[in-house]
Write a protein that binds this ligand. Structure first.
Ligand code: 13P
Length: 257
């Protein structure tokens, strides 16, 4: 079974209620592009208002706490984001690994909490420029994912539907320069092998692997033509309906793989 391309906007810390009109425009456009699964991860404060109005797109969170509740001032649990209407959560983004010192073990605990709350997860991974230049990017990403993804378990059902991996090389995020199609192809092929090792051919072979890092309408088609690229996690270019849906449109075009 081939899954629809998955195009997810990560609004990061951008967006007040003034942005709801943009989310509406994205939702309307998504209704005309049903070949693509479009989703938005706004700041926590906009999850519920966007969810309430959305007819086509799904809404997700950019993080959640690993505990279900308790004395954690300022934190938000997976159950809470699900209650607000989130259907998925982005976890292990490099901006959280770096800015909030999130370890692989913590990211894994969050992933387990999110799945237990009924959410789908988008598990981010990616190397920094020093690791890329030293030639150890593949080994780094494999180890990072192996330690961050939920351990294979009989209770972990429907991995292919519920777990997406996002490869986001840190040096390509917000720089305007995406990774080359060769680098993306090599890494996604390695990630696929790892997913099959962890979860088996049936589930690991089907889970989506999406690319993130300076994806824009101008480079989207060539990125989506790379084997094993099942969509994109888009930062800056997801903030306007025009550029975000330009990317979604490119994902809906037939490719030769
Ligand atoms: P940009 O698309 O702005 O490079 O951000 C990518 C990203 O970090 C998405 O999670």
């Amino acid at each position: 079974m081939t899954r629809r391309p998955y195009i997810v906007g990560n609004w990061k810390m951008h967006g007040t209620r003034a942005m709801l009109s943009e989310a509406r425009a994205i939702d309307r456009a998504a209704q005309r592009h049903m070949k693509v699964e479009v989703a938005l991860a706004p700041p926590f404060t906009l999850i519920h208002p966007i969810h309430r109005e959305a007819e086509q797109i799904s809404v997700g969170a950019q993080d959640c706490h690993q505990a279900d509740g308790g004395a954690f001032t300022g934190d938000i649990s997976a159950t809470m984001v699900a209650d607000a209407g989130a259907k998925f959560v982005i976890l292990g983004h490099s901006e959280r690994r770096q800015g909030h010192s999130e370890t692989d073990a913590l990211v894994r605990a969050k992933a387990e909490a999110a799945l237990a709350a009924g959410l789908r997860i988008i598990m981010c991974c990616g190397e920094n420029i020093e690791t890329r230049e030293s030639g150890s990017a593949v080994a780094f990403v494999r180890a990072q994912l192996k330690a961050s993804l939920p351990a294979p378990d009989e209770a972990l059902a429907d991995v292919a539907e519920r777990i997406t991996v996002a490869y986001e090389p840190i040096w390509a995020i917000g720089t305007g320069t995406a990774a080359t199609t060769d680098d993306i192809g090599e890494m996604h092929t390695e990630i696929r092998k790892l997913l099959v090792e962890l979860y088996g051919e049936e589930q690991g072979g089907e889970a989506r692997i999406i690319y993130g890092g300076s994806v824009k309408p101008e480079n989207a088609a060539e990125i989506f033509a790379v084997p094993e690229v099942g969509g994109a996690l888009v930062g800056g270019a997801s903030l306007t309906a025009d550029s975000f849906m330009g990317i979604a449109l490119a994902a809906g075009e037939p490719t030769d793989h």
